[in-house]
Ligand binder design. Structure first.
Ligand code: BG6
Length: 502
């Protein structure tokens, strides 16, 4: 396949066509995220005039059946009465289905013929979204590339993690995909990069004078990246047991946030400039050490007459599984800006809350004149919190005088709550990423050297955990996770910020 330099330009908007083929169309991700995101883009007029969507999967289905399936998850964003039904009908009329095997060149030729009919001889751009398990990535890419590439415009492929299980398998996958695709045709999604607050992280840093000077070891005591879900792996045990929380969340979503947080100012906002800086951060990091990691696994728990299953109660998970559903880790960046600053990550399933946060704890005020007017100086340092989800918000914890004649300080927040400040609904991460892939914007996608650097940090630890059969600490479903996470934080002189808020 080749990447032509012409995404639909202004002038080409009407002459060119765009087809988006969702491979694995009957899967969960496609139904819950991809088709709804495509509809949202259509609803907001972000798709070009001539677009067609194809679903591709093994299941036998008619176009009508695909439309029915998709229609069940579509919602209109702003105002249900505003032509919503009409828009849905128009959108669904552009959706078609082709059934085929994932490793059959013949079936992809059949798809190609259908695509050509829709394209009607115009310049054609083709985007393939691989919403399929990684063991069939290469087959699909081979078939799509040899039989269903665009002859006149660009062909791009979006792939989702897992990109391998370790450095070696990831490299092997990169190599196989590159037999059929150039690097600039591969769009590796990390959907956390499409989240509004993660996208805003750079804006906050680089377009506000107040944060830049503070963004270093001189003023920042520690940084915490927290991911917590209040549900377990129900229904996904088969996949999860082969990966675990470190591969599922830390090595990608949290590490990507860390890289954006810690990178130096890029030369420009161009994808390559940003990704160059992210790679530098990853390559300056020390690979994870076992003593800087705590792992946990949730166990069954009854509460108020309700019983919550343990991880190993899942029929697809072995009873003796040692796969972590929780992990906490301390990471370090060995460069001049961040030397000695702990970056603490915590990720867990079946905890007491659903939240993703970036917390930046600042150092104490040296020689604080007011140290005797507050209670706990440790708590009283400034803290900047980016509440990625839910209830998107950015707040800065400050010390403030309690109004009145005496002198008493308390902790207050300067608070930017998105729902109070902006009336617009926040788009789903997949909408932003699909739009970028269509436009050829690679800033939010993972480059292969980035992936390599990310695996280099985690692979030795993962191997050690697995080879030594290290048992995770059990924690009850719906709890705050293993106590070990506190000891780990304490070892680095840190208190988890989310605990003060529960
Ligand atoms: C996925 C993980 O990448 O992200 C899931 O595989 C996790 O285990 C999901 O539940 C969380 O995404 P979000 O956008 O719902 O926070």
């Amino acid at each position: 396949m080749t990447e032509s330099s012409s995404p639909f330009s202004e002038s080409g908007k009407t002459e060119s066509t765009l087809t988006i083929t969702v491979v694995g169309a009957s899967g969960d991700l496609a139904k819950k995220k991809i088709f709804p995101a495509l509809f949202a883009l259509y609803y907001d007029d972000f798709l070009p005039e001539n677009f067609t969507i194809f679903g591709y999967a093994r299941t036998k289905m008619t176009d009508e059946e695909l439309r029915k399936m998709i229609s069940e998850t579509l919602t209109c964003r702003i105002d249900k009465s505003e032509n919503c039904g009409d828009k849905m009908d128009h959108f669904l009329k552009r959706c078609f289905y082709h059934s085929g095997l994932y490793n059959s060149e013949e079936d992809f030729s059949g798809l190609d013929q259908k695509l050509q009919i829709k394209e009607g001889g115009r310049l054609s751009n083709r985007l393939f979204y691989l919403s399929i398990p990684p063991n069939i990535f290469v087959d699909v890419v081979r078939c799509a590339s040899t039989k269903a590439s665009s002859k006149s415009g660009w062909t791009r492929v979006i792939v989702e993690k897992p990109f391998g299980r370790d450095a070696e398998s990831s490299r092997a996958l990169i190599k196989c995909l590159k037999r059929y695709l150039n690097e600039d045709q591969i769009f590796r999604i990390d959907h956390y990069l499409g989240k509004e607050l993660v996208e805003n992280l750079s804006v906050l840093r680089f377009s506000n004078l107040v944060f830049g000077p503070l963004w270093s070891r001189d003023y920042i005591r520690n940084v915490q990246l927290i991911f917590s879900e209040d549900f377990g792996t129900e229904g996904r045990g088969g996949y999860f047991d082969n990966y675990g929380i470190i591969r599922d969340i830390m090595q990608n979503h949290l590490l990507q946030i860390l890289a954006l947080f810690a990178m130096e100012t890029p030369v420009s906002l161009d994808a390559e400039d940003i990704r160059n800086e992210k790679v530098k951060v990853l390559r300056s990091m020390r690979p994870l050490q076992l003593e800087d990691v705590v792992i946990g696994q949730y166990k069954g728990h009854s509460n108020g007459g309700k019983t919550y299953p343990g991880y190993t109660d899942d029929p697809k998970v072995s009873k003796n599984s040692l796969t972590p559903t929780f992990a906490a880790a301390a990471l370090f960046i060995n460069n001049a800006r961040w030397d000695g600053v702990p970056f603490l990550m915590k990720a867990g399933k079946a905890l007491n809350a659903r939240r993703t946060q970036i917390r930046v704890q600042f150092r104490h005020v040296p020689g604080n004149l007011y140290r005797n007017f507050g209670t706990d100086l440790d708590k009283a340092t400034n803290e900047l919190v980016l509440h990625v989800q839910p209830d998107e918000a950015i707040y800065l914890k400050i010390n403030n005088k309690v109004p009145g004649l005496g002198m008493r300080l308390d902790r207050s927040d300067l608070n930017l709550l998105y729902s109070a400040r902006y009336s617009r609904e926040i788009p789903d991460a997949y909408e932003r990423l699909l739009l970028d892939a269509i436009g050829g914007e690679r800033r939010l996608f993972i480059r292969s050297d980035e992936l390599d650097a990310a695996w280099a940090l985690f692979t030795p630890l993962l191997k050690e955990l697995e080879e030594e059969k290290i048992a995770p600490e059990l924690y009850p479903y719906g709890s705050r996770g293993p106590v070990g996470a506190h000891y780990l934080a304490a070892k680095h002189n840190v208190r988890w910020g989310d605990f003060t808020e529960d």
